[in-house]
Design a protein around this ligand. Structure first.
Ligand SMILES: [Zn+2]
Length: 326
Protein backbone atom coordinates (compact mmCIF):
# COMPACT_ATOMS: atom_id res chain seq x y z
CA UNK A 1 0.00 0.00 0.00
CA UNK A 2 1.45 3.35 -0.88
CA UNK A 3 1.84 6.22 1.53
CA UNK A 4 -0.51 9.15 1.90
CA UNK A 5 0.97 12.63 2.43
CA UNK A 6 -0.92 15.63 3.80
CA UNK A 7 -0.53 18.60 1.47
CA UNK A 8 -2.06 22.01 2.13
CA UNK A 9 -4.80 21.12 -0.40
CA UNK A 10 -5.52 17.66 1.00
CA UNK A 11 -4.15 14.11 0.94
CA UNK A 12 -1.79 13.00 -1.85
CA UNK A 13 -0.25 9.66 -2.79
CA UNK A 14 3.54 9.60 -2.26
CA UNK A 15 3.91 8.29 -5.82
CA UNK A 16 2.64 11.67 -7.05
CA UNK A 17 5.39 13.71 -5.33
CA UNK A 18 7.53 13.87 -8.47
CA UNK A 19 10.53 16.18 -8.50
CA UNK A 20 10.66 17.62 -4.96
CA UNK A 21 12.51 20.40 -3.14
CA UNK A 22 12.61 19.59 0.57
CA UNK A 23 13.18 23.00 2.14
CA UNK A 24 11.78 26.25 0.70
CA UNK A 25 9.58 28.93 2.24
CA UNK A 26 6.52 30.74 0.96
CA UNK A 27 6.55 33.23 3.82
CA UNK A 28 8.66 33.82 6.93
CA UNK A 29 8.08 36.31 9.71
CA UNK A 30 10.94 36.39 12.20
CA UNK A 31 9.70 36.35 15.81
CA UNK A 32 8.42 39.84 16.62
CA UNK A 33 8.74 40.99 13.00
CA UNK A 34 5.82 43.38 13.59
CA UNK A 35 7.79 45.26 16.26
CA UNK A 36 9.97 47.12 13.76
CA UNK A 37 7.32 49.69 12.89
CA UNK A 38 9.65 51.38 10.38
CA UNK A 39 9.10 48.45 8.01
CA UNK A 40 6.40 48.62 5.33
CA UNK A 41 3.10 47.12 6.50
CA UNK A 42 2.65 43.44 5.74
CA UNK A 43 0.43 43.06 2.70
CA UNK A 44 -1.01 39.57 2.34
CA UNK A 45 -2.04 40.05 -1.29
CA UNK A 46 1.48 41.14 -2.28
CA UNK A 47 2.99 38.24 -0.34
CA UNK A 48 0.85 35.75 -2.24
CA UNK A 49 1.69 37.39 -5.58
CA UNK A 50 5.42 37.33 -4.90
CA UNK A 51 5.34 33.68 -3.78
CA UNK A 52 3.22 32.68 -6.78
CA UNK A 53 5.78 34.25 -9.14
CA UNK A 54 8.64 32.36 -7.48
CA UNK A 55 6.83 29.01 -7.34
CA UNK A 56 5.61 29.31 -10.93
CA UNK A 57 9.22 29.32 -12.12
CA UNK A 58 9.76 26.07 -10.26
CA UNK A 59 6.92 24.42 -12.10
CA UNK A 60 8.66 25.31 -15.38
CA UNK A 61 11.72 23.38 -14.12
CA UNK A 62 9.63 20.27 -13.54
CA UNK A 63 9.28 20.59 -9.77
CA UNK A 64 5.93 19.21 -8.61
CA UNK A 65 6.23 19.26 -4.82
CA UNK A 66 7.85 21.45 -2.17
CA UNK A 67 8.17 20.99 1.58
CA UNK A 68 7.80 24.31 3.42
CA UNK A 69 9.13 23.45 6.89
CA UNK A 70 8.22 26.80 8.45
CA UNK A 71 7.73 26.05 12.16
CA UNK A 72 4.76 27.43 14.11
CA UNK A 73 6.84 30.31 15.49
CA UNK A 74 8.22 31.83 12.26
CA UNK A 75 5.10 33.49 10.92
CA UNK A 76 3.68 30.27 9.45
CA UNK A 77 0.51 30.96 7.42
CA UNK A 78 -0.94 27.76 5.98
CA UNK A 79 -3.77 29.60 4.20
CA UNK A 80 -1.24 31.66 2.23
CA UNK A 81 0.49 28.37 1.35
CA UNK A 82 -2.82 26.87 0.20
CA UNK A 83 -3.47 29.84 -2.06
CA UNK A 84 0.03 29.62 -3.56
CA UNK A 85 -0.40 25.89 -4.15
CA UNK A 86 -3.77 26.41 -5.80
CA UNK A 87 -2.45 29.12 -8.11
CA UNK A 88 0.77 27.34 -9.15
CA UNK A 89 -0.10 23.64 -9.19
CA UNK A 90 2.85 22.93 -6.87
CA UNK A 91 2.02 20.47 -4.08
CA UNK A 92 2.99 22.18 -0.81
CA UNK A 93 3.58 20.27 2.41
CA UNK A 94 3.41 22.37 5.58
CA UNK A 95 4.90 21.64 8.99
CA UNK A 96 3.96 21.57 12.61
CA UNK A 97 6.80 21.95 15.11
CA UNK A 98 9.01 24.62 16.62
CA UNK A 99 12.21 26.55 15.95
CA UNK A 100 15.50 26.95 17.82
CA UNK A 101 15.07 28.30 21.35
CA UNK A 102 17.25 31.36 20.75
CA UNK A 103 15.48 32.45 17.55
CA UNK A 104 11.97 31.14 18.15
CA UNK A 105 9.09 31.80 20.54
CA UNK A 106 9.80 29.36 23.38
CA UNK A 107 7.55 30.58 26.22
CA UNK A 108 4.40 28.61 25.42
CA UNK A 109 5.91 25.20 24.74
CA UNK A 110 8.24 25.67 27.72
CA UNK A 111 5.11 25.44 29.91
CA UNK A 112 4.15 22.04 28.47
CA UNK A 113 5.59 18.57 28.95
CA UNK A 114 6.67 16.26 26.13
CA UNK A 115 3.33 14.46 25.91
CA UNK A 116 1.41 17.73 25.77
CA UNK A 117 3.70 19.09 23.06
CA UNK A 118 3.16 15.87 21.08
CA UNK A 119 -0.61 16.20 21.50
CA UNK A 120 -0.57 19.65 19.90
CA UNK A 121 1.58 18.49 16.98
CA UNK A 122 -0.68 15.44 16.45
CA UNK A 123 -3.73 17.73 16.42
CA UNK A 124 -2.20 19.75 13.57
CA UNK A 125 -1.43 16.58 11.60
CA UNK A 126 -4.72 14.78 12.12
CA UNK A 127 -7.24 17.64 12.35
CA UNK A 128 -5.41 20.62 10.89
CA UNK A 129 -4.00 24.00 11.91
CA UNK A 130 -6.42 26.06 14.05
CA UNK A 131 -9.81 25.69 12.33
CA UNK A 132 -8.50 25.82 8.74
CA UNK A 133 -8.74 22.07 8.17
CA UNK A 134 -5.25 22.31 6.58
CA UNK A 135 -3.25 19.35 7.88
CA UNK A 136 0.51 19.26 8.37
CA UNK A 137 2.52 16.61 6.53
CA UNK A 138 5.83 16.93 8.32
CA UNK A 139 7.25 17.88 11.75
CA UNK A 140 9.96 20.54 12.10
CA UNK A 141 12.57 20.29 14.84
CA UNK A 142 15.52 22.58 15.47
CA UNK A 143 18.71 22.81 17.50
CA UNK A 144 21.17 25.66 17.99
CA UNK A 145 24.93 25.70 17.52
CA UNK A 146 26.99 23.09 19.35
CA UNK A 147 24.54 22.17 22.10
CA UNK A 148 20.93 21.01 22.42
CA UNK A 149 19.16 23.15 25.05
CA UNK A 150 16.75 21.59 27.57
CA UNK A 151 13.85 23.30 25.80
CA UNK A 152 14.97 21.95 22.41
CA UNK A 153 15.42 18.45 23.81
CA UNK A 154 11.87 18.51 25.19
CA UNK A 155 10.39 19.77 21.90
CA UNK A 156 12.40 17.20 19.91
CA UNK A 157 11.11 14.45 22.16
CA UNK A 158 7.51 15.66 21.79
CA UNK A 159 7.99 15.87 18.02
CA UNK A 160 9.31 12.31 17.93
CA UNK A 161 6.32 11.03 19.94
CA UNK A 162 4.01 12.76 17.44
CA UNK A 163 5.91 11.33 14.46
CA UNK A 164 5.73 7.84 15.94
CA UNK A 165 1.96 8.19 16.45
CA UNK A 166 1.16 9.56 13.00
CA UNK A 167 3.71 8.19 10.51
CA UNK A 168 4.68 11.71 9.47
CA UNK A 169 8.45 12.22 9.04
CA UNK A 170 10.69 14.80 10.75
CA UNK A 171 12.81 17.55 9.18
CA UNK A 172 15.33 19.58 11.12
CA UNK A 173 17.27 22.80 11.40
CA UNK A 174 20.88 22.59 12.56
CA UNK A 175 23.67 25.14 12.79
CA UNK A 176 27.27 24.83 11.65
CA UNK A 177 27.13 21.05 11.13
CA UNK A 178 26.48 20.39 14.81
CA UNK A 179 23.96 18.36 16.86
CA UNK A 180 22.84 16.15 13.96
CA UNK A 181 23.79 13.07 15.94
CA UNK A 182 21.94 14.36 19.02
CA UNK A 183 18.86 14.75 16.84
CA UNK A 184 19.19 11.17 15.56
CA UNK A 185 19.67 9.93 19.16
CA UNK A 186 16.50 11.67 20.38
CA UNK A 187 14.36 10.61 17.40
CA UNK A 188 15.53 6.99 17.59
CA UNK A 189 15.14 7.08 21.38
CA UNK A 190 11.39 7.43 20.85
CA UNK A 191 11.33 4.40 18.55
CA UNK A 192 11.50 6.10 15.15
CA UNK A 193 13.76 4.83 12.41
CA UNK A 194 16.70 7.10 11.62
CA UNK A 195 15.39 7.30 8.04
CA UNK A 196 12.40 9.28 9.35
CA UNK A 197 14.70 12.28 9.82
CA UNK A 198 16.24 14.75 7.40
CA UNK A 199 19.12 16.38 9.24
CA UNK A 200 18.63 19.80 7.69
CA UNK A 201 21.34 22.33 6.86
CA UNK A 202 23.99 19.60 6.99
CA UNK A 203 25.83 21.61 4.34
CA UNK A 204 26.35 24.40 6.90
CA UNK A 205 30.11 23.80 7.18
CA UNK A 206 32.86 22.15 5.13
CA UNK A 207 32.56 18.87 7.03
CA UNK A 208 32.40 15.79 4.78
CA UNK A 209 33.14 13.32 7.63
CA UNK A 210 30.12 14.67 9.58
CA UNK A 211 27.88 14.39 6.53
CA UNK A 212 29.02 10.81 5.89
CA UNK A 213 28.52 9.85 9.54
CA UNK A 214 24.87 10.99 9.40
CA UNK A 215 24.23 8.97 6.23
CA UNK A 216 25.92 5.93 7.78
CA UNK A 217 23.39 6.04 10.60
CA UNK A 218 20.58 6.03 8.03
CA UNK A 219 19.29 9.59 8.20
CA UNK A 220 18.88 11.87 5.20
CA UNK A 221 21.51 14.55 4.76
CA UNK A 222 20.12 17.95 3.76
CA UNK A 223 22.24 19.90 1.27
CA UNK A 224 19.45 22.40 1.48
CA UNK A 225 21.01 25.85 1.41
CA UNK A 226 22.34 26.19 -2.13
CA UNK A 227 22.79 29.88 -2.89
CA UNK A 228 23.15 30.82 0.81
CA UNK A 229 26.85 31.45 0.37
CA UNK A 230 27.43 33.43 3.56
CA UNK A 231 28.15 30.34 5.66
CA UNK A 232 29.59 28.07 2.93
CA UNK A 233 30.32 28.65 -0.79
CA UNK A 234 28.37 26.48 -3.22
CA UNK A 235 31.63 24.98 -4.54
CA UNK A 236 32.16 23.37 -1.14
CA UNK A 237 28.56 22.11 -1.06
CA UNK A 238 28.96 20.54 -4.53
CA UNK A 239 32.31 18.96 -3.70
CA UNK A 240 30.92 17.41 -0.52
CA UNK A 241 27.62 16.35 -2.10
CA UNK A 242 29.50 14.50 -4.83
CA UNK A 243 31.89 12.94 -2.29
CA UNK A 244 28.93 11.67 -0.25
CA UNK A 245 27.32 10.25 -3.37
CA UNK A 246 30.58 8.63 -4.50
CA UNK A 247 31.00 7.00 -1.09
CA UNK A 248 27.79 5.02 -1.63
CA UNK A 249 25.27 7.33 0.04
CA UNK A 250 23.50 8.82 -3.00
CA UNK A 251 20.23 7.46 -1.59
CA UNK A 252 20.59 9.68 1.51
CA UNK A 253 21.05 13.07 -0.19
CA UNK A 254 18.31 15.71 -0.45
CA UNK A 255 18.69 19.20 -1.90
CA UNK A 256 17.06 22.63 -1.67
CA UNK A 257 17.81 26.36 -1.26
CA UNK A 258 16.02 27.36 2.00
CA UNK A 259 14.75 30.24 -0.12
CA UNK A 260 12.20 32.64 1.36
CA UNK A 261 9.79 34.00 -1.25
CA UNK A 262 8.48 36.64 1.14
CA UNK A 263 9.54 38.09 4.49
CA UNK A 264 6.80 39.64 6.59
CA UNK A 265 8.20 42.87 8.00
CA UNK A 266 11.75 42.51 6.75
CA UNK A 267 14.92 40.89 8.09
CA UNK A 268 16.35 43.14 10.80
CA UNK A 269 18.60 45.70 9.18
CA UNK A 270 19.10 43.79 5.92
CA UNK A 271 16.97 45.22 3.12
CA UNK A 272 15.76 43.04 0.22
CA UNK A 273 18.16 44.89 -2.12
CA UNK A 274 21.11 44.22 0.19
CA UNK A 275 20.09 40.58 0.46
CA UNK A 276 20.11 40.32 -3.33
CA UNK A 277 23.61 41.84 -3.40
CA UNK A 278 25.01 39.51 -0.72
CA UNK A 279 23.26 36.42 -2.14
CA UNK A 280 23.00 36.94 -5.92
CA UNK A 281 22.14 33.29 -6.65
CA UNK A 282 19.73 32.69 -3.79
CA UNK A 283 16.59 31.71 -5.72
CA UNK A 284 14.52 28.56 -6.06
CA UNK A 285 15.78 27.99 -9.62
CA UNK A 286 19.49 28.09 -8.74
CA UNK A 287 19.82 24.29 -8.55
CA UNK A 288 18.39 23.86 -12.04
CA UNK A 289 20.18 26.76 -13.70
CA UNK A 290 23.61 26.47 -12.08
CA UNK A 291 24.16 23.63 -9.62
CA UNK A 292 22.89 20.56 -11.52
CA UNK A 293 24.75 21.53 -14.73
CA UNK A 294 27.94 21.96 -12.69
CA UNK A 295 27.43 18.64 -10.84
CA UNK A 296 27.10 16.98 -14.25
CA UNK A 297 30.37 18.56 -15.37
CA UNK A 298 31.87 17.09 -12.20
CA UNK A 299 30.73 13.63 -13.30
CA UNK A 300 27.29 13.11 -11.78
CA UNK A 301 24.57 11.69 -14.05
CA UNK A 302 20.94 12.58 -14.69
CA UNK A 303 20.12 9.31 -12.93
CA UNK A 304 21.94 10.58 -9.82
CA UNK A 305 19.95 13.82 -9.93
CA UNK A 306 16.64 11.99 -10.46
CA UNK A 307 17.42 9.77 -7.47
CA UNK A 308 18.05 12.85 -5.31
CA UNK A 309 15.07 14.87 -6.59
CA UNK A 310 12.43 12.14 -7.02
CA UNK A 311 13.24 8.78 -5.43
CA UNK A 312 14.78 9.97 -2.15
CA UNK A 313 11.90 12.28 -1.12
CA UNK A 314 9.35 9.58 -1.96
CA UNK A 315 11.22 6.92 0.03
CA UNK A 316 11.55 9.31 2.98
CA UNK A 317 7.76 9.75 3.24
CA UNK A 318 6.96 6.12 2.39
CA UNK A 319 9.23 4.59 5.04
CA UNK A 320 7.89 6.85 7.80
CA UNK A 321 4.32 6.13 6.76
CA UNK A 322 4.88 2.35 6.48
CA UNK A 323 6.37 2.20 9.98
CA UNK A 324 2.95 3.16 11.38
CA UNK A 325 0.42 2.12 8.75
CA UNK A 326 2.27 -0.96 7.55
ZN1 LIG B 1 14.25 27.18 6.44
Amino acid sequence: MSATINTVLGPMNANDLGSTLVHEHVLIGMPGWFMDARQPAYNRKEAVERAVDAFQELHAHGVRSVIDPCPMDLGRDVEVMAEVSQKTGINLICATGAYVEEMGIPWTLAQLNEEQIAEGFIKEIERGVQDTGIKCGIIKIATGRGKVSDYERKVLTGASIAAKATGVPVISHTEGCSCGHDQIDIVCGQGLKSSSLIVGHSCGADDAPYQKSLAERGSYVGFDRFGLIVEVPDEVRMKNLKALSDSGHREKILVSHDYVACFAGGMGNTTPDELKKILPNWAMTHLFENIFPELKRMGMSQDDIDTIMVDNPRRYFEDAWAAVHG
